[in-house]
Ligand binder design. Structure first.
Ligand SMILES: Cc1cc2nc3c(=O)[nH]c(=O)nc-3n(C[C@H](O)[C@H](O)[C@H](O)COP(=O)(O)O)c2cc1C
Length: 323
C-alpha cells in the first residue's frame, strides 16, 4: 500500500524519508533509515568542510548499500558554508538524491541534473513549490508550521499546505512537519501526499547520536513543549521549550539585538547541548510531533510500526460501518 511515485523514483521500499538534520543526520542514523527501507539523508551543515562531508558519505556507504541522500541548506547561515564544495562532492560521489532547503536551488540545478540526480526541494508555501517545479525539481517537501526547523513565516499548517500544493503541482508532494505516527501518514496520503519526511521522530531512536537525556526529555514532552523563536530576525525556528528557548523568547520580547541573541541561539551551543545531554544548554530544533513520542525504539521499529499501522488503519477505515 505504501508504493507511490516517490518510492518508485528513489528506488526505496517505503516513501518514508528522514529529513536532513544538523548534528544528527550522520552515517549511523542515515544508514539505519535506508537499511529499514526508507531514505536517510545526511545533513551537510554538520560538516565545516566539503571533504568532511565526503568522508561521511563514504562512512555511510560502508554501513548501507541502499540509496541515501544529502541535504544542502541554502538558507543564509550564521557562518559561511562551503555550498559550492558540498555540491561538487555530492556530484563526485554519485549521490542519487539531494534535499535542498532554505532558498531556491536554481543556480545548482544544471550541475545536479547533469549528474542524474533527483532534486527534492523543501518548500513552505505554494509559490515556492511552483518555483521548484518550474526549475526542474523532481518533487517537493511540503513543510508545515508544525515542523522542527525553519517553517516559513506564513504559519500555514500541513493540513492545508498538502492539498494546496497537490492541486498546484504535477510533481509529487511529500509531507513534512510534526509527523510521528502511522495515523498522520494515512492523513497525509489522504490529502494527496506521496510520502512523508520526519526529523523529530528519528531524534528519539536508538541509532540517533543525541544524548539519552535529550531522548528522555522528548519522551516526557507533549505537543505544547515546542516554541517558535527568532521571529524578530525573520528566521523563525521551532525548538524544544527549554530554559535556553525561554531566554530567547524573553530577549525577543524586549527587542534584543542579533548580537545578543547569538549568545544563546548559536548552532554550536545547540549541537553541544544535544550531544552532551545538557538539555537546557542551547536551543534545540524540534517539531510538534514530540507529543506522540512515547519511547525510544530502533529506527527499524519506527518504520515497521508506521508501515504495518498504515496498512491496518486503511483496512479498518474501509470496513467502518455506521452502527
Ligand atoms: C535536530 C534537527 C536539525 C535539523 N537540521 C536541518 C538542516 O540542517 N537543514 C534542513 O534543511 N532542515 C533541518 N531540519 C529539518 C528537517 O530536515 C525536517 O524538515 C523536519 O525535521 C521535519 O519536521 P519534524 O521535525 O516535525 O518531523 C532539522 C530538524 C531537526 C529536528
Amino acid at each position: 500500500m505504501l508504493k507511490t511515485r516517490v518510492s518508485e523514483m528513489l528506488g526505496i521500499q517505503y516513501p518514508i524519508i528522514q529529513g536532513g538534520m544538523a548534528w544528527l543526520g550522520v552515517a549511523e542514523l542515515v544508514a539505519a533509515v535506508s537499511n529499514a527501507g526508507g531514505l536517510g539523508i545526511i545533513g551537510s551543515v554538520t560538516f565545516p568542510t566539503a571533504e568532511e562531508l565526503r568522508n561521511e558519505i563514504r562512512k555511510t556507504r560502508r554501513l548501507t548499500d541502499k540509496p541515501f541522500g544529502v541535504n544542502i541548506t541554502m538558507l543564509p547561515a550564521m557562518r559561511v558554508l562551503p555550498t559550492d564544495g558540498y555540491v561538487q562532492v555530492v556530484v563526485e560521489e554519485g549521490i542519487p538524491v539531494v534535499e535542498t532547503s532554505g532558498s531556491s536551488p536554481e543556480q545548482y540545478m544544471d550541475v545536479l541534473k547533469k549528474a542524474n540526480m533527483k532534486v527534492i526541494h523543501k518548500a513552505g508555501n505554494v509559490r515556492h513549490a511552483r518555483t521548484a517545479e518550474r526549475i526542474g525539481c523532481d518533487a517537493v517537501f511540503a513543510l508545515g508550521f508544525e515542523a522542527g526547523g525553519h517553517p516559513l513565516m506564513d504559519d500555514v499548517t500541513l493540513w492545508n499546505l498538502i492539498p494546496r500544493m497537490v492541486d498546484a503541482l504535477t510533481i509529487p508532494v511529500i509531507a513534512a512537519g510534526g509527523i510521528s505516527d502511522h495515523r498522520q501518514v494515512v492523513a497525509a496520503l489522504a490529502l494527496g501526499a506521496e510520502g512523508v519526511m520526519m526529523g523529530t521522530r528519528f531524534m528519539a531512536t536508538r541509532e540517533s547520536l543525541s544524548h539519552q537525556y535529550f531522548k528522555q526529555a522528548l519522551v516526557k514532552a507533549d505537543e505544547t513543549d515546542t516554541v517558535m523563536i527568532q521571529r524578530s530576525i525573520g528566521k523563525q525556528e521551532r525548538v524544544f521549550r527549554n530554559k535556553a528557548a525561554e531566554q530567547v523568547v524573553e530577549m525577543e520580547s524586549r527587542g534584543a539585538s542579533l548580537e545578543e541573541l547569538l549568545t544563546v541561539i548559536s548552532g554550536e551551543r545547540g549541537g553541544n547541548a544535544l550531544m552532551t545531554g545538557d538539555v537546557d544548554g542551547g536551543t534545540l530544533t524540534c517539531g510538534q510531533g514530540i507529543g506522540l513520542i512515547q519511547s525510544v525504539p530502533t529506527v527499524a521499529e519506527v518504520i515497521d510500526g508506521i508501515v504495518t499501522g498504515v496498512e491496518a488503519l486503511l483496512k479498518e477505515i474501509s470496513s467502518r460501518r455506521p452502527s
